[in-house]
Design a protein around this ligand. Sequence first.
Ligand SMILES: Nc1ncnc2c1ncn2[C@@H]1O[C@H](COP(=O)(O)OP(=O)(O)OP(=O)(O)O)[C@@H](O)[C@H]1O
Ligand SMILES: [Mg+2]
Length: 292
Amino acid sequence: MSDTWKDKLYEPSDELIAVENVNYEGPEPHTEEEGPREELISIDHVDLSYSGNTGPIKALENINFNIFPGEFVCVLGPSGCGKSTLLKIIAGFISPTEGSIKLDGNEIKGTDWHRGVVFQHPPLFEWYTVRSNIAFGPKMRGVPKEEYEPLVEEYLKKVGLSEFADKKIYELSGGMKQRVSIARSLINDPEILLMDEPFGALDALTRESVQDLTRKIWWETGKTIFFITHDVEEALLLGSRIIVLSRHPGRVIEDIPVSFSRQVIQDCSTDVKFSAEFYKYREQLLRLINSQ
Ligand SMILES: Nc1ncnc2c1ncn2[C@@H]1O[C@H](COP(=O)(O)OP(=O)(O)OP(=O)(O)O)[C@@H](O)[C@H]1O
Ligand SMILES: [Mg+2]
């Protein structure tokens, strides 16, 4: 690649962030010969009501869907429709009022490291170093130091933070904090990564860079991701499947597979967002959400 400024403009965006060891083959698609897919998460007739001051508030109504291993599920819906509530149920922070939710066929009864959560404002230990924050989960689980230390280095590298390992969290930018938060969840090797509008508070450029990182980690590790966003374009550029919830109380009104993220990985570019097909999906999803 020559060094003229014009060429620089078109260099693949993966050069903006130091992500190493990316496997561009990606997860193997499921084939029919492998038989029916086993669901990782099954959500069966789930209702959730909160007890409000003036009586119960129904946040979710009759939610029914499965999440399969390796999927990148993006959830869209109007504000207050119950997206975070759904994520909290999957995380095990709250239990459904009706119906059941299972992980690998077992009822989810509380939080544990099988499900990692990344929030918009990551609850990190501000006065600890990046390295200590990433090491926190395995340390708490009693993993021996000689086992978790190389893992910490591996995840530091994966999220492009090796050279910031000894910085304190308060010394980092918002995007860097989100990378720490992602590494801190991934090091526990969770079966599913739950992300609640994780990039909503970031500026556009930083946001694009952590989206890129998340997409690559998904592609490389084949991790199952459940990702809440307000942003239709973000959902289309990241997800392998998009679920739309209706206005309060949330019901599933759309559930579609999408493949733009695969194309972004293969092209090393997000130019697919200028295609007629992308435009069509974006308009239809926006219309659906705005018609609520
Ligand atoms: N702890 C709570 N107690 C009572 N009501 C609640 C509680 N948490 C959420 N709600 C209500 O449940 C509904 C769904 O809230 P939730 O936070 O899941 O929506 P959301 O789709 O994540 O919204 P946003 O897009 O604004 O983040 C809202 O009407 C909200 O007021
Ligand atoms: Mg929310």
